[in-house]
Design a protein around this ligand. Structure first.
Ligand code: KIV
Ligand code: NA
Length: 266
């Protein structure tokens, strides 16, 4: 397989070819998903919840993100690696966004960055893309704005749907090469997907998007507790690891591990 570039994603859009995206925050999952042929990996600021154990993505810093981005970029041979810009690291003005994106590219070896927001982010997207930094936009439910949006809720219902269409077009015009839509009514996401020439990536945005994204700890069942409606669990790693850790603990307690072959002769 040849390394995935943004031009391939544009080709796939034109061909109507669908593709999958997963989050990754470390070397082994990056290697594994890359080997499985997942063409785009996102080092999401969902690392806040899924790696660092914060309640939201808001506390995540650029300094926390960069080592994760470097680990993922260093592990892939095929996949395009997108790094999220964390809350507060790009919203002040386009220059701040530029400085943060440059750090993600230089220190993290990211291939692209992602940022949240609608038409108001167009000048920022424009500055980055003009500087040679590929940008993924993210609209609908944008977790960094959780407190302003009043919690986890579907965005773009009713009248607000046409506003999302305008946001999508503005972000495309500004140069974004893909658009994530999170928790958007399926018909609105379908309309936007049909209107855009860049690929749309859905998460809780229906089946008509060009691509889909899931958080890996959700899709692989590592995380316990209730799943969001838009998650499909493709494995139950949590049960597998609980069984393995229990078996190991019991073997150590009983003396069954280590066996002679795990040790060294004199
Ligand atoms: O941080 C993240 O994981 C994301 C995806 C859910 C799109 O932004
Ligand atoms: Na994110």
């Amino acid at each position: 397989r040849r390394r995935v570039r943004t031009v391939h994603l544009q080709q796939w859009k034109a061909e109507g070819k669908r593709w999958a995206m997963l989050t990754s925050y470390d070397q082994y999952t990056a290697q594994i998903f890359d080997e499985a042929g997942v063409p785009v990996l996102l080092v999401g600021d969902s690392a806040g919840n899924n790696v660092f154990g914060y309640e939201t993505t808001l506390p995540v810093t650029v300094d926390e993100m960069i080592p994760l981005v470097r680990a993922v970029s260093g592990a892939v041979r095929y996949a395009l690696v997108v790094a999220d810009l964390p809350f507060g690291s790009y919203q002040r003005d386009p220059q701040q966004a530029f400085d943060t994106a440059v750090r993600m590219m230089k220190e993290g070896n990211a291939h692209a960055v992602k940022l949240e927001g609608g038409a108001e982010m167009a000048p920022t997207v424009k500055l980055l893309t003009q500087a040679g930094i590929p940008v993924v936009a993210h609209i609908g439910f944008t977790p960094q704005s959780e407190h302003a949006l009043g919690g986890y809720r579907v965005q773009g219902r009713g009248e607000a749907g046409s506003e999302l269409v305008d946001d999508a077009l503005a972000l495309q015009d500004a140069g974004a090469f893909a658009l994530v839509m999170e928790m958007v009514p399926a018909p609105v996401a379908a309309t936007i997907t049909a209107k855009l020439s860049i690929p749309t990536v859905g998460i809780g945005a229906g089946a008509e998007c060009d691509a889909q994204v899931l958080v890996w700890q959700d899709f692989a069942g590592l995380r316990g507790g209730k799943q969001a409606r838009f998650v499909k669990k493709y494995a139950d790693l949590r049960s597998i690891l609980i069984a393995a850790a229990t078996a190991y603990r019991e073997d150590v307690e009983s003396g069954a591990f280590p066996a002679p072959e795990h040790g060294f002769d004199s």
